[in-house]
Ligand binder design. Structure first.
Ligand SMILES: *Cc1c(COP(=O)(O)O)cnc(C)c1O
Length: 219
């Protein structure tokens, strides 16, 4: 089984995390939106267990095709309210993309059991991105914690700035990290940031969960 891309990513994650601290553990979620179940199976055979999808239909389809495997499914995309029940039906391990109190309340209403979520924050303040405004993030987090009894808010997620300027990218990640550290005292433990093009920077800025797509699935 050729797992060169996964091995390479693991090596790079390892190098970056050790620059933070030997106690800084980073989880890799494979963003499998580019591929079908057979490629997911290949990566599973190389040891990968956590996979993320950004469309509910794709997630449900792949989950059912791979039902026999002990996979962890993450939802990382924009969640439309009319897809919440479908998403909950596959019992996702973590929903990364709760981007408003309103959406949290809707998920809470439909959930039959406790479900782990992250609050998505728009730390680079880009129009095109979803996520809570950084200024509102702490209040929103606490309100979800208070009002959504079926949700366990485990931390925050953000997407790096779409910029060639590394300083811009770092600025956004550091903003997320500051919010995350503030929320540690309310039980936040997951800081989901970093994708194929910026995961090493994200890890050095404190990320402990990276979502890797193209770097794992394209040669
Ligand atoms: C697709 C996607 C990723 C992975 O992106 P790559 O650049 O291919 O690594 C990560 N996070 C989200 C929310 C995505 O939609």
């Amino acid at each position: 089984m050729d797992s060169k891309l996964l091995d390479e990513a693991i090596k790079r994650v390892e190098r970056a995390r050790l620059e933070v601290s030997k106690h800084h553990i980073v989880k890799i979620v494979a963003a499998s939106k580019y591929v079908g179940s057979s490629e997911i199976l290949e990566l599973y055979n190389s040891g990968q267990r956590a996979f993320g999808e950004n469309r509910v239909q794709d997630l449900v389809k792949k989950e059912s095709e791979l039902e026999a495997l002990p996979l962890e499914w993450h939802f990382i995309g924009v969640l439309q309210k009319n897809k919440i029940n479908q998403l909950l039906s596959i019992n996702p391990s973590l929903i990364h993309s709760v981007d408003s109190l309103d959406l949290a309340l809707e998920i809470d209403k439909r959930a039959q059991k406790e479900i782990d979520v992250l609050l998505q924050i728009n730390s680079s303040n880009e129009e095109s991105k979803s996520g809570v405004d950084p200024i509102r993030a702490e209040d929103c987090y606490l309100e979800i914690k208070e009002r959504c009894k079926n949700l366990r808010v485990r931390g925050i997620m953000s997407i790096g700035a779409l910029s060639d300027d590394k300083r811009e990218v770092i600025k956004g990640f550091e903003k997320s990290r500051a919010i995350f550290e503030n929320l540690n005292r309310y039980g936040a433990t997951i800081l989901s940031m970093g994708m194929s093009l910026d995961y090493e920077i994200a890890i050095k800025c404190g990320s402990n969960l990276v979502r890797l797509g193209s770097s794992l699935f394209k040669s």
